[in-house]
Design a protein around this ligand. Structure first.
Ligand code: SF4
Length: 320
């Protein structure tokens, strides 16, 4: 951890009880010994298939889910196990499903002013109205929208309301949990551009979670690739897109559609299936063993260390 880190997590673990195919009790390691830093003012993209643990990791950092072990630091302070009240306004979340995350019985004005009231007490009515209208303007909505209900808006507009609500408490760190995956393609780039503009103007730090690498690449400074609870590769956007080192990252890249069929055919790494039982885990080996076309005998026996293979570029693969 250094002074540029706003968020630092160390050996974070979170497991949930589950049952295997035979009905025996087992544990799903949603976050499995993750150590990670998020620099002040950066956007760290977190990408992986559904079920890889991205959302659990984001929520555990916010302490909406309690970790089983490990440490979470916010701006140098260990916030693991402490009362989160002083930190709730500093750390916010934008949810995947905007319609489900907005109270349908509340007008937009009340949805946004709730947050403002929580952090700025003693405002007059006109000051509150001005603050709400300013936030609506910041997210590209009109002041007249304040008096409407969430169901009167499109999905993209509802997400704008969700963003305004998150901004209302003046946060420093925002977890964007698949913020565009429930939206039509036409709205996705608008929301990404809005989040980028807000970050530029207000200096937020983002953890941007998505299952789609092509979405993450537009907004992220660095990208972490998550597979079965572990960060298997971490690096700059250039590292991940131009010099991917982990076979899983290559498989995710191969799944991004390209318009040229020639390039598509030349791709070596195909995503086969992510539903297979990861045999490597049972044997203490690499968790990607069952799907990896490069797996060797060593891979099945020993889990790879997450090593720095170039400056700032980390990969957990024996062959990297
Ligand atoms: Fe594949 Fe082996 Fe690397 Fe795991 S350690 S990703 S099985 S090559």
């Amino acid at each position: 951890m250094d002074s540029t880190d706003l968020i630092y997590i160390e050996n974070l673990k979170k497991a949930f009880p589950s049952k295997d195919v035979r009905g025996n009790k087992t544990l799903v390691r949603a976050v499995d010994d993750v150590t990670l830093s998020i620099k002040r003012g950066e956007c760290l993209g977190l990408v992986g298939e559904s079920g890889s643990g991205k959302t659990t990791l984001g929520r555990t950092i916010l302490r909406l889910v309690e970790p089983d072990s490990g440490k979470i630091y916010f701006d140098g302070t260990d916030i693991t196990g402490i009362n989160m009240k002083p930190y709730r306004s500093k750390m916010q979340i934008i949810f995947q499903n905007p319609s489900g995350s907005l109270d349908p019985r509340m007008r937009v004005f009340n949805i946004i002013s709730e947050g403002i009231k929580a952090t700025r007490r003693g405002m007059t009515k006109s000051e509150m109205s001005a603050a709400v209208f300013k936030l609506l303007d910041a997210v590209g909505l009109n002041s007249t929208d304040a008096y409407r209900y969430p169901h009167e808006f499109s999905g993209g507009q509802q997400q704008r309301i969700g963003i305004a609500r998150a901004l209302a408490v003046n946060p420093e760190f925002i977890v964007c949990d698949e913020p565009v995956s429930a939206l039509d393609v036409s709205y996705q780039s608008q929301i990404i551009n809005l989040l980028e503009d807000l970050q530029e103007q207000l200096g937020f730090t983002y953890l941007f979670i998505s299952h789609d690498l092509s979405v993450v690449m537009h907004i992220s400074d660095r990208i972490g690739v998550m597979y079965l609870g572990k960060i298997v590769e971490l690096g700059s956007c250039e590292d991940i897109f131009l010099r991917p080192a982990h076979p899983y990252t290559k498989a995710l890249l191969s799944a991004i559609p390209v318009p040229d069929p020639k390039i598509s055919r030349q791709r070596e790494h195909k995503v086969t299936s992510f539903d297979d039982t990861p045999a490597g885990i049972k044997n203490g080996g690499c968790s990607y063993c069952a799907l990896c076309s490069y797996a060797t005998a060593e891979c099945a026996k020993a889990a790879p260390e997450n090593r720095e293979i170039a400056t700032g570029h980390f990969c957990a693969c024996h062959l990297a």
